[in-house]
Ligand binder design. Structure first.
Ligand code: ZN
Ligand code: ZN
Length: 337
């Protein structure tokens, strides 16, 4: 997020020795003369409003960088000063710059920028109680039961019987999709729409956030806060980003669309494909075929379904086959005798 400067405000500091509140730009206590300590804490004069400084010189000072403390007498000097205003000492070597960049927190409890801790207490995690014994026993029984069931299932699946069977009925079903090349209404971001499509009904919609302004973007900024510049003047900033809007449009495009499904079915081993005379801008699409053979054994009837037309054509009613039947009564394989 981009940090934007709104302006500069005067800060205050409290003298460690006598407790006097002094303006931030005053470098020694107005009451007892004690120099401002390097680790002094600045506060806002008025935590509820920002009274922006209009004095250009003061703003320039705030922008020039953090003040530095004389290595000889401790006096605070402006960033660009080379000789200490108090003792004449050389500030080009060994001078300590004041800390800068920290966010000055609002003192007022009612301030919305620093909401008082109302979030759910983090330490509310309920200590996990160990599972009671009966629950463990139930879990073990359920695990054992599912093992037994699994074993039984696979045993029945793999257990196959070979049976002599006769084809008693054959049935086939074939389907073909009928497609037409026609106008389809769709909608998408304008940039994604094919160039030959007819676009209409475009509307700006929020699409993404950006650090920098874009075409059709809206700036969104957070609550302003104050930064210690190290000069006794606070820089009021807020963090901003841009909500970017783009055109979302409806459009017409030509596409192949399934308009009908043609079907043929019948009893007997000779199947045919459904057909029709195609109109202009029509074609046949995907096709499916399904063949079903009913086998009779001495005891029961079994159904077998396949898509293999060659195999189906051999299943002439009355012919004899050997079929494989698993434990669930499903036919898993067929062979002509
Ligand atoms: Zn003082
Ligand atoms: Zn000095």
């Amino acid at each position: 997020m981009a940090r934007k400067v709104l302006g500069y405000i005067e800060l205050v500091w409290t003298c460690d020795s006598c407790g006097t509140r002094n303006p931030g730009a005053i470098r020694s206590c107005t009451s007892c003369g004690a120099p401002q300590p390097i680790d002094v804490k600045f506060d806002r004069v008025d935590p509820t409003t920002f009274n922006f400084i209009k004095d250009e010189a003061l703003i320039r000072m705030a922008k020039s960088g953090p003040d530095k403390h004389c290595p000889y007498c401790g006096t605070r000097n402006l960033a660009e000063t080379q000789i200490c205003v108090e003792c004449g000492g050389d500030l080009t070597v060994g001078a300590t710059s004041r800390p800068a960049g920290a966010v000055i927190e609002d003192q007022s409890a009612s301030s919305p920028a620093t909401p008082t801790i109302q979030s759910a207490p983090a330490s509310q995690a309920i200590p996990r109680r160990p599972l009671p014994k009966w629950a463990l026993i139930v879990i073990i029984i359920m695990l054992l039961a599912s093992c037994v069931f699994g074993v039984m299932y696979f045993t029945r699946m793999s257990q196959t019987d070979q049976l002599d069977a006769t084809v008693s009925e054959v049935y086939w079903q074939r389907q073909v999709a009928l497609e037409a090349y026609q106008v389809v209404r769709a909608s998408d971001w304008e940039a994604n729409i094919p160039s030959n499509a007819q676009t209409y009904n475009c509307q700006l919609r929020y699409r993404y956030d950006s650090e920098t302004p874009r075409q059709n973007s809206e700036e969104v900024c957070g609550t302003p806060y104050t930064i210690d510049t190290g000069t006794g003047v606070g820089e009021v900033v807020h963090d901003c980003y841009y909500k970017v809007y783009e055109d979302y449009c409806s459009y017409d495009t030509m596409q192949w669309v399934v308009v009908n499904t043609l079907q043929e079915d019948g009893y007997g081993t000779n199947a045919i494909w459904p057909s029709t005379s195609l109109g202009t801008d029509q074609r046949f699409g995907d096709s499916t075929e399904r063949y079903s053979i009913t086998f009779s054994t001495s005891g029961e009837d079994y159904q077998f379904t396949t898509t293999d037309y060659d195999l189906f054509q051999q299943a002439v009613p009355g012919s004899d086959w050997v079929i494989e039947v698993n434990g669930f009564g499903d036919v898993t394989g067929i062979n002509p005798e």
